[in-house]
Design a protein around this ligand. Structure first.
Ligand SMILES: [Zn+2]
Length: 323
């Protein structure tokens, strides 16, 4: 009951928001290009594509060797490019997909370095391929031929490049990692270890769940409000009421629910792209050097995987490496 109510509210708001976000964000499609390689298409940031010393890209859904279980009995099962190991998919298919993705980036000769992600702020700086997957949520390297890769299905993938010192980084930022300022900490590590200057760093924020669809409860709103002065700008909905703990729906008829059901928890909508953009700018990265994709993974399940929308789904990858 609660879930249905929430979904409907998200949907009514979506159309309205899409229009405003298009006029609000200056970085529309000219900052991004789709590159097709065989059956696989990758999304690339124009600013990173100009850097001829690196390969990078964000995967899209189609063109893989995997079939989602929801489609298993259908003859029209579309093949998907699932890049994360999961119960429903064969390991061999994921490995085949990863090879196709790397090839589409022009990084077939690189060693892919994925992470075992856990919504932390743990950052690994590597100069060789680790023996097994590292536990953490960001990778940094200055070593060529290592393809740093993060997996997402709604969270925000962030790729960084420092063209002066030839350093790259890949970051996985969901709400927990964003709250822990993982992007800022990654820039900090690049400064400390490689003398990177934030004003020369290029950042690309890939497809993730948009403010149109990403509903969160009062505990998330309160956490952000306590950590960031600008947090109000990143939310839609009853932000102030949720922060102060007031009931945003005080009218009694609004909380009249059928017997045996709880009234829906009040929720707000969070813009993880805006939050991470602000965090990067706070770390000294220039606004003009940040490309943020306007794709919402939950709105565009034709192009991307969305855990929120689909529950059982694949993982896309964002990857960057020095040639
Ligand atoms: Zn959306």
């Amino acid at each position: 009951m609660t879930m249905i109510g929430t979904r409907v509210r998200g949907k009514t708001n979506r159309r309205k928001r899409r229009a405003t976000s298009a006029s609000r964000s200056p970085n529309s499609d000219r900052r991004w290009a789709i590159r097709k390689s065989g059956r696989v298409s990758v999304l690339q940031s124009a600013a990173l594509s100009k850097q001829k010393w690196l390969a990078h890209g964000f995967s899209t859904r189609a063109g893989g060797a995997s079939s989602l279980p929801a489609w298993a009995s259908s003859r029209k099962s579309p093949a998907v490019l699932n890049l994360g190991f999961s119960d429903w998919d064969a390991r061999a298919s994921v490995e085949k997909n990863r090879l196709r993705f790397a090839k589409a980036l022009g990084a077939a000769g690189m060693k892919m370095v994925p992470l075992r992600q856990f919504h932390s702020d743990l950052i690994h700086v590597i100069d060789s391929a680790p023996g097994g997957p590292l536990r953490g949520d960001a990778l940094i390297t200055r070593t060529p031929k290592l393809l740093l890769a993060v997996q997402t299905a709604d969270c925000i993938p962030i790729l960084l490049a420092d063209p002066e010192n030839l350093v790259v980084a890949a970051i996985h930022a969901g709400w927990r990692g964003t709250l822990k300022r993982i992007a800022e900490k990654t820039v900090g590590r690049m400064r400390m270890l490689f003398s990177s200057r934030p004003e020369s760093i290029i950042a690309a924020l890939g497809p993730g769940i948009g403010r149109c669809c990403y509903e969160v409860g009062p505990e998330v709103v309160k956490e952000f409000a306590s950590q960031f002065d600008a947090a109000r700008d990143w939310f839609d909905g009853p932000y102030d009421a949720l922060v102060s703990g007031e009931d945003p729906n005080p009218l009694p008829w609004l909380s009249m629910v059928p017997p045996g059901h709880q009234p829906p928890e009040p929720r707000a909508q969070l813009d993880l792209h805006a939050a991470n953009r602000a965090i990067l700018e706070g770390a000294g990265v220039l606004a003009k050097n940040i490309d943020a994709s306007s794709f919402c993974t939950s709105c565009r399940t034709d192009l991307f995987f969305s855990y929120r929308r689909e529950k059982i789904t694949g993982r896309q990858m964002a990857a960057i490496g020095i040639l």
